[in-house]
Design a protein around this ligand. Structure first.
Ligand code: ZN
Length: 272
């Protein structure tokens, strides 16, 4: 017999199956059926498997600390509703060009992608974009859609919390839930531009990264990051419009820098 206490999360999960909620960061109404804590638990559970899939974390403590430092600087700029997220930044020992985030605030970037950068603001642009997927609750949306479609709303409600987290972590580790649509990509770019600028980075670096990736996409081995974060051409257009519009004031202003020297000194030597 299950006690009433153990049923409580279940009852709360069912209550959450009301459907739509408004995201405090983007203001957009979203179909999310599970509490953020449960989706975060799925992300936490999927983390070791995801890390192993990409060759583990890099050995260099210097590189790990450097990337985490840039990430934490950006994480300070998220909206108050997301202050309680414990952000963690991982550098994966893989030559593929990739970056992604799991719900709950775990952000990953490969050595392969880091090696494409020239300056710290480019790194900030990518990490800011990934943070934007978390605050935009994009994976939460995918999890909700997938679980409802594959299991049915009633079945999702009938799961115990731990079984639900297990099921969701499985979906996450498969990777399919980390593939985003055009709206989510544009939303994350908007969020990323906001966070990186607030942290004192030149938002034009976001454009530079997209240009590097769009260029690489034309080669024989398109960067893996574009299969999960698609639409480079649309995104280039939108970022350029943002730089000429709301972020025009940053251009030529020394408060917004690319920090090339810092990247060359604190990251590049550890990428070899
Ligand atoms: Zn993305």
């Amino acid at each position: 017999m299950r006690s009433l206490r153990s049923l409580l999360p279940l009852v709360m999960a069912i209550a959450a199956i009301a459907g739509c909620s408004t995201n405090p960061s983007t203001g957009r109404s979203q179909y999310i059926i599970l509490p953020a804590d449960q989706v975060a638990a799925m992300g936490a559970q999927a983390t070791p498997e995801v890390i192993a899939e990409f060759g583990g974390e890099v050995r260099s403590p210097e590189l790990r600390a450097y990337v985490a430092g840039v990430g934490q600087r950006l994480a300070k700029e998220v909206e108050p509703e997301f202050y309680r997220i414990q952000w963690e930044f991982y550098v994966l020992n893989s030559p593929v060009i990739n970056a992604f985030a799991l719900p709950g605030g775990r952000v990953f970037i490969t050595v392969g992608l880091l090696s494409e950068f020239d300056n710290e603001a480019q790194l900030a642009g990518v990490l800011g974009h990934e943070i934007g997927h978390v605050t935009g609750r994009h994976v939460d949306e995918r999890v909700s859609q997938t679980m409802t479609a594959q299991l049915g709303v009633a079945a999702v409600g009938a799961y115990t919390e731990s079984a639900l987290v297990n099921e969701g972590a499985g979906f996450l580790a498969q990777g399919v839930l980390l593939k985003f649509n055009r709206n989510q990509e544009n939303e994350s770019d908007t969020q990323g531009l906001k966070y990186m600028t607030a942290a004192g980075y030149d938002p034009a670096a976001m454009y530079d990264v997209m240009e590097i990736l769009a260029q690489a996409a034309k080669g024989e081995r398109p960067p893996e990051i574009l299969s999960t974060h698609p639409y480079p051409e649309t995104r280039l257009r939108n970022i350029r419009a943002a730089l000429k519009g709301p972020y025009a004031y940053t251009q030529g202003d020394s408060n917004y820098q690319k920090y090339r020297n810092r990247f060359q000194r604190d990251a590049v030597p550890y990428l070899r």
